[in-house]
Design a protein around this ligand. Structure first.
Ligand SMILES: [Zn+2]
Length: 215
């Protein structure tokens, strides 16, 4: 592969993270959540670097050569490969939360439909669901879990600014939807982030069912 690893990063660490990303991606692809090469995944390597999927690859069949290094501004490091167009959304999360080490972004049908349906309201308000407790820090079904829906754009700085504005207003954020597009969520490790993603997929599906059944 053409990825040059900076001397401060153990090559075994990069390989381990690349393998973890590829395995998670294969499982999420098997669930049908990454259609047509969409979606992107990353893991932090250190304070300055993250490993992220290269743009346009089939997420069901990733190998180490499909994962590259970026710095925390989203620029490629040690490779001429092109990172995902949405890399800045990943590095934003690592910059804002030093404790977060994994970011997963998928485009499932449920996530996509929910993002369109709830875009008018600007957020999905989850309350009363036991599975809200799967999100780190949520201790009861009684609390309200707000998942904002940001307008889609191909101009990443606009999306970054929307996320910053939400956080700078002091609002909690565990995940967000992008209208007509998909979901972003993150966590301290891969297991926690997968749990967040699965819980949110389930909860969004429940909200869609409720709307359908009470129409
Ligand atoms: Zn996307």
């Amino acid at each position: 592969m053409n990825q040059i690893i900076p001397p401060t990063i153990p090559p075994a660490l990069f390989a381990e993270r690349a393998d973890a990303i590829a395995q998670a991606a294969a499982e999420l692809a098997a669930s049908g959540w990454t259609p047509a090469t969409s979606s992107n995944f990353s893991m932090r390597l250190d304070a300055e670097h993250a490993a992220i999927t290269i743009s346009g690859r089939d997420k069901g069949h990733l190998g180490r050569d499909d994962i590259m290094l970026v710095d925390m501004q989203g620029h490629a490091v040690g490779t001429s490969a092109r990172p995902s167009a949405e890399t800045e959304l990943h590095t934003q999360i690592y910059r804002r939360w030093p404790a977060m080490n994994v970011v997963l972004h998928t485009h499932s049908r449920t996530q996509s439909v929910a993002s369109r349906l709830f875009a008018k309201e600007g957020a999905v308000r989850l309350q009363g669901w036991e599975l809200q407790k799967a999100i780190a820090g949520q201790t009861t079904h009684d609390s309200e879990l707000l998942i904002p829906v940001f307008p889609n754009t191909q101009h990443m700085p606009e999306l970054v600014a929307q996320v910053d504005a939400w956080l700078d207003a002091g609002k909690p954020l565990h995940a967000y939807l992008i209208d007509g597009h998909g979901i972003y969520t993150w966590g301290r490790d891969m297991a926690e982030t997968r749990r967040h993603l699965e819980a949110l997929e389930f909860l969004l599906g429940c909200e869609l069912d409720l709307r359908r059944l009470s129409a």
